[in-house]
Design a binder for this molecule. Structure first.
Ligand SMILES: NC(=O)c1ccc[n+]([C@@H]2O[C@H](COP(=O)([O-])OP(=O)(O)OC[C@H]3O[C@@H](n4cnc5c(N)ncnc54)[C@H](OP(=O)(O)O)[C@@H]3O)[C@@H](O)[C@H]2O)c1
Length: 253
């Protein structure tokens, strides 16, 4: 599909595929990452929605490099995939992209099992047999596909408002420090996001539930609310020598 933006960005990095990029969180992540120079593969189930999302993304970040595809093709084009679909559709979406996933790819799961998936309250959680949406995702992907859980406390509204400084933390869970580092080095390219290692993937049960908390906070105050942990050391990640991390400023306290 159509292409826009800087050739430099295309040459320098493989794109990140966002499954659900036509939706609230996926779109906000897509434009923020594109603003930071990350090529974005907009994934969708629907040609009309993917085309609309592409137009909106180009309008929001004219300098961004965007391509747009049906979900499975977007997955094939990327090393990292962000899964940002409603929990009620997480399982069917993973089934639909399963054959396109390959060993070594990193899946960042942002799904939250809110009770809204079964017509319940958006401020209540569903029990997931595996423990969390992220653990369900790990169970469904082919062997060798790495899964981390992240981004649950970052609101779509704050991402989409490009004039809004983020200045907040992203809680990352996963069973491999290298996978979490890989996710952090991508996410911290978004100015104002600091990633915090929150332990193994089973901790996603807790971090996912913080979305319900953030919804209550949003109702009372603002949809731009985020979280920030205090008292942490300045350097939270040991970046490999050849990859010193996204920008020095992201390692602030
Ligand atoms: N919104 C937030 O602020 C926020 C914050 C933290 C976490 N989350 C979590 O992130 C995930 C995405 O949230 P969201 O608010 O971006 O969701 P959304 O806007 O309702 O949907 C995101 C995308 O999911 C895709 N999708 C796949 N199967 C679908 C189906 N059967 N019906 C409808 N859409 C389907 C759609 O893309 P296509 O139609 O193009 O395929 C849709 O644009 C959720 O699990 C949510 O809990 C959201």
């Amino acid at each position: 599909m159509a292409v826009a933006g800087s050739e430099d960005a295309r040459q320098s990095r493989r794109p990140v595929a966002i499954i659900g990029a036509s939706g609230a969180l996926g779109f906000g992540l897509g434009i923020r990452l594109a603003q930071a120079g990350v090529p974005i593969e907009i994934g969708s189930r629907d040609p009309g929605r993917v085309s609309d999302a592409l137009d909106r993304a180009r309008a929001a970040v004219p300098s961004g490099y965007f391509t747009a595809h049906e979900n499975a093709d977007a997955v094939r084009a990327a090393d990292t995939i962000i899964l940002s679909v409603p929990f009620r559709n997480q399982s069917e979406t993973l089934t639909s992209i399963r054959d396109a996933l390959s060993p070594g790819q990193l899946l960042i799961d942002a799904s939250v099992p809110l009770a809204a998936a079964v017509s319940g309250k958006a401020t209540r959680m569903l029990g997931v047999w595996q423990g969390s949406a992220a653990q369900q995702a790990r169970e469904m992907v082919p062997d060798g596909v790495r899964v981390v859980s992240a981004l649950h406390t970052v609101s779509a509204a704050s991402l989409a408002d490009l004039d809004h400084p983020l200045e907040q933390d992203v809680l990352i869970c996963g069973d491999s420090r290298d996978d979490k580092l890989r996710a952090a080095s991508l996410i911290e390219r978004i100015d104002g996001l600091r990633c915090v290692d929150c332990g193994p993937l089973e901790m996603a049960r807790t971090t996912e539930s913080l979305t319900a908390l953030m919804i209550e906070v949003k109702i009372r105050y603002t949809s731009h609310a985020g979280i920030h942990l205090t008292g942490l050391p300045e350097a939270l990640w040991e970046w490999p020598r050849e990859s010193p991390g996204p920008t020095p400023t992201t390692l602030r306290s």
